[in-house]
Design a protein around this ligand. Structure first.
Ligand code: ATP
Length: 248
């Protein structure tokens, strides 16, 4: 059912460098099969929340000092990023992080490293990625570093798809991209959600676009959730329009 508890972040606190309190008790839910947007201005704590879930804060001297994180009924807050990937929780980092010197196809193949499979299964997975991202198929032999920003974002999501995700944590997919490319990427996200059943937690500064594709949204301000609701409700909320859409 749509309301099943799936990814559940319970009152987490995150501190960087032992002193900088950045998340001050954040709670959120992503029900199975849903797209949930995590919104807010630059510095509100969106990336930090995603990295707390995927246990990537260590590299930045960040610690989850309070709260818990569950996925599909079990605690995941002590799992390594590799273990999380095996459970189907995959983060696509902000700034994309494709390997610039590898081809698009080689990048995609690196996404499958945690799943054993025959050559045939690997080829089938690649084919599936290419049906969602026809542009990547065209550019399969190009070095990723020489492809466009939009293609690199697609490559990063395609690579996540190769690992057979249940849940993708997608950080700022619209960053630096032209509006029509952003729409193209969000259309694919919606498609993956509807056809493959992948759930998404989507951090976005682009509130307007995110709320057109998400089912539900949370708004973060200075490390706290200040508002939450159905995407439709948030889109029509006067405060959201004024503060986040610039449409007062
Ligand atoms: P952005 O869109 O810029 O990524 P965000 O909402 O994702 O914004 P975060 O990147 O999570 O925000 O940052 C939240 C706060 O934590 C900011 O004030 C930022 O300066 C601070 N911060 C982020 N990373 C670190 C770090 N490694 N050490 C100290 N402070 C940090």
């Amino acid at each position: 059912p749509a309301t099943e508890r799936y990814l559940s972040v319970n009152n987490i606190e995150v501190i960087y460098d032992h002193v900088i309190l950045v998340l001050k008790g954040v709670s959120l839910e992503v029900p199975k099969g849903r797209i949930v947007a995590l919104l807010g201005a630059n510095g509100a704590g969106k990336s930090t929340t995603l990295k707390a879930i995927s246990n990537l804060l260590g590299a930045e001297r960040g610690d989850v000092t309070k709260g818990s994180i569950e996925f599909a009924g079990t605690r995941i807050d002590r799992l390594t990023p590799a273990e999380l990937v095996r459970r189907g929780v995959i983060q696509v980092m902000e700034g994309r992080h494709c390997f610039g010197h590898l081809t698009i196809e080689e990048n995609l193949l690196t996404g499958a490293f945690t799943r054993n499979g025959t050559r045939r299964q690997l080829a089938d997975k690649l084919d599936k990625v290419y049906t969602y991202f026809p542009r990547l198929k065209q550019r399969r032999a190009s070095q990723a570093g020489y492809t466009s920003g939009g293609e690199q974002q697609m490559c990063a999501i395609g690579r996540a798809l190769m690992a057979e995700p249940e849940m993708i944590l997608l950080d700022e997919p619209s960053m630096g991209l032209a509006p029509q490319i952003v729409e193209e990427i969000f259309e694919i996200v919606r498609d993956l959600n509807q056809k493959e059943g992948v759930s998404f937690l989507l951090a976005e500064q682009n509130t307007m676009v995110a709320l057109r594709y998400a089912h539900f949204g949370y708004i973060l301000e200075s490390g706290r959730v200040v508002m939450e609701g159905d995407a439709e409700t948030l889109r029509n909320n006067e405060d959201v329009k004024e503060f986040y859409l610039g449409l007062s």
